[in-house]
Every structure is written in structure tokens, then in C-alpha cells.
Design a protein around this ligand. Sequence first.
Ligand code: GLN
Length: 380
Amino acid sequence: VAKRLEKFKTTIFTQMSMLAIKHGAINLGQGFPNFDGPDFVKEAAIQSIKEGKNQYARGYGVPDLNSAVAARFKKDSGLDVDPEKEVTVTSGCTEAIAATMLGLINPGDEVILFAPFYDSYEATLSMAGAKVKCITLRPPDFSLPIDELKSAVSKNTRAILLNTPHNPTGKMFTREELNVIASLCIENDVLVFADEVYDKLAFEMEHISVASLPGMYERTVTMNSLGKTFSLTGWKIGWAIAPPHLTWGVRQAHSYLTFATSTPMQYASATALRAPDSYFEELKRDYSAKKAILVEGLKAAGFTVYPSSGTYFVVVDHTPFGLENDIAFCEYLIKEVGVVAIPTSVFYLNPEEGKNLVRFTFCKDEDTLKSAVKRMKEKL
Ligand code: GLN
């Protein structure tokens, strides 16, 4: 394996999902719904295939999807973006992240991450040859350590990677925190790469796109996808929104990574994004009920549960159960209790920082969540 990828193992999500199958454990690890996406979107995909929309799509997205993405972003953030010049459709947000790093980062450029961070950030930054600096968000509230950020950002910083709502903690950056980040970026001429794939799963507060803050659009790449919002994680449709001078870099990388993304799924995704408001309201209502089942259950089982404002994840402190670290705890949980969670130490540059924390997902049907809770209450 190439040196730039030597330190990365099989992703923790793959590892844990394989263990779930092997031990017949209930999988509250990898974040994929165990229920299906809406019929009107699936029908649109079938229709597109039947209508012969099956050859290569335009590289940066089928026009209908670029327009639907721009219209949705206008509704959500108030920003007017040009669907032709500022929207690039990718194979999931994961490709948007890779294309952004590879298209806009030079070897040796310094990029700031907030730990715990989603695993693909560090790996794609490594592929781009970036120098990673890390700021840790700490429990109980995972708030932004403003002074640490201020001393980390300088004229040498090329970009800050911002994920809100945040995987794995469920933290959402507040307007005050985003203002601090924005003023540091403007002062030091820093870009922001914003991963906002959980924006429709914001329960406790309003999601704010950092691109909508004064002076930020011109220095921000906003990334999102269809998977979480429409319970279709296997479709792998994502996008990056950025001003033309940044879109150019993203598109150059995208052109030579994947060239284009599945044509019929793009047409169906355009239909999805035009869903009425009631779809998004119902999604949130359903997820609030699921969240309540899991959070109450975890508390009753004896965990310290940290507040999660968004995403379909919650992070807990497992130390009341006396296992030595997050990995040992997750192994015990799979083998003795029959439930899978994600150890968080892999989401830090220094694994020690995550050793007390594990992540559970509630993107499962209510019966599955109830059975998992029952097992934990009985066997932990
Ligand atoms: N984003 C999903 C999670 O955090 C998993 C994606 C993956 O398996 N790579 O669980």
C-alpha cells in the first residue's frame, strides 16, 4: 500500500458491520437506515432507467439536478447560486470531500480538523499531502475551544474542515461559534470546507450554513448529499457548492476521479430534492421518536449520554461499566450483549482522547432500537 495510506486500516464502519453479521448482533454502529427511502424517489429512478437515461451524465451533473440542488440551497440558506457554474454533482459527499481536498489543497498546505472527525477527512487529506492540525471538541457539550482555534489559525492555514451537524457527537455549531470561525478565516484568508450532510436532521436548533455568513460564500465549499435526508445511503449522490474559482478545482479533481455520476439516480435525486416541506417535517418527527427511544434506553442502561442536537448519532461515556477503553467496551458489547456501537478513538489524531466515548446510531426502525435497548438494560 502507498505510504500516504499506510496508517489507515479497514474503516471502522466496515469492521464493525462485519462483526455485527458474524455475531448476529444488532447494528447500531454504521450509520445506514434499516428502512427504505420514499417510494416517489424510487419510482423516479425506475422511470428514468425505463426512459433510457442510462449513458454518461454531464460531468458536473445532469442539468435538472444542478438546478434542484441550487433551488434547495436557496430555500435552506438564502443564498443564490448558479447551478451551472457553482454546483458539482459527485458520487456521494465522500467524493465531494476527496475532490475538494485534491482539487484545492497543495502538498504541505495546513488544514485544520475538529476531532473527533469523520475518518475519510484525514485519509483524503493524506492523499492530498496536507499537513493536518487538530482541535479537539470535548464533552460534555463539544463546544468550540475558541482560544485554541485562535492560536492554531495563521496565514499558513489553507483551510478549516467544518462538519455541522457533527458526526459522531451530534454537536451543531452555534451562530456565535461560526462567527468566530468566519472572522478568523477572513482575517487570515482561509477556506472552509463544510460537510453538512446531516443538515435535515437538526433537532434542537436551526442549522446554519457557514457559507451564508457575511464574507464567507467566496471562501467556502459546502458539501451535502441525498443519502441521509432520503434514507438512500447506497445511492451515493452528493454535491459541492462553491463560487466559480473554487468550483474549478473541485471539478478538475472530480473529472479525473469519477468523471460523472450515475445518470438515472441523478434524475431521481432531482425529484427527491423537490419534495414538499411535509416530507422533511415528517423525517424529523420520525427521527425524534427514534432518538427518544435510544437516548432514554441508554440512560436507563447506565450510560452517561451527551446531548446531541443533530445527526442520527449520540455519543456516550461507557466508563460506568469498567472496561478499559472504547475498543474493549465495543468488543464486550458485541459478544456479551449483542449490540454494535462505534468506538470513537479512531476519530482522533491521539486515540487516547476518545477512549471513554462510543457512538450509537438511531437510524433504525423502532423495534430494532427497542430490542437493542432491552439487551443493554438486561445484560450490561
Ligand atoms: N457515514 C456513516 C457513519 O458515520 C458511515 C459511512 C461509511 O461506512 N463509510 O456511520
